[in-house]
Design a binder for this molecule. Sequence first.
Ligand code: GLU
Length: 253
Amino acid sequence: MRRIIKIGTSSTLDKAGHINHHRLGIITRGVTQLIEDGDSLALVTSGAVGLGSTLTTGPRSVLAAVGQVALAEAYRTALFPLSVAQLLIDQSHVGESSPAMALQATIHHIWNNHGVPIINENDALSGAGTRIGDNDTLAALVAGLIGADQLVILSDVDGLYTDNPVTNPGATRIGAIPKVGLEHLEQFGTGDPGPWGSGGIVSKIRAAHLAQGFGIETLLAAGHDDTVWDNLREKRYHNFTRFAGAEEASSSC
Ligand code: GLU
């Protein structure tokens, strides 16, 4: 199974902005087991900007440039002996451009060699017109580009709720969403991407909408839930919100 797994800043870093080695260990053990089971995985991982802020000062581009080196090194160490390949991309690498074809070919070569692509936006160099903007969208675009079977978004929330669960304790998690509509986005608020992230719940719904357009299902799960990896291995999705890959009904979220 080809899976694109998006790992948010809240999973890679602790609150102070340092690598969360405990969490990264659980993530990389899960990744290794899925690969041993026969999956091809690409990780779209955030955290460069936050990590960079603990190592240097300067504009976001500089924080990203410095933080990305340390982020990739943390994955390389944690995933050893698997080979980790870093791909930093921008808007030119998605769609039907020749950089996009190069990205597609490179990911397939890495998979043929049993490697793990670690993908992030090229925040150091992308700007107006070239920036994708958030890694949920980036992950959905990469999933479409390489014809993934599934997009998995690991976040600080374990799914999509009927209302904002932080402000409304009565909100309940929605298990399955057959058709991902954008018309009710405001219902879920903007969400909180945290101090260094760019997403929030809205970008996750948009990503699921994009993925559905490619015929790819999206799972939204909590990055801090240790059972996520066994559930992915067993294809047990009861703890997640599952957005269908193809429209299954006329109702929308
Ligand atoms: N690319 C950013 C980073 O590595 C994160 C973007 C996002 O949170 O979506 O810090």
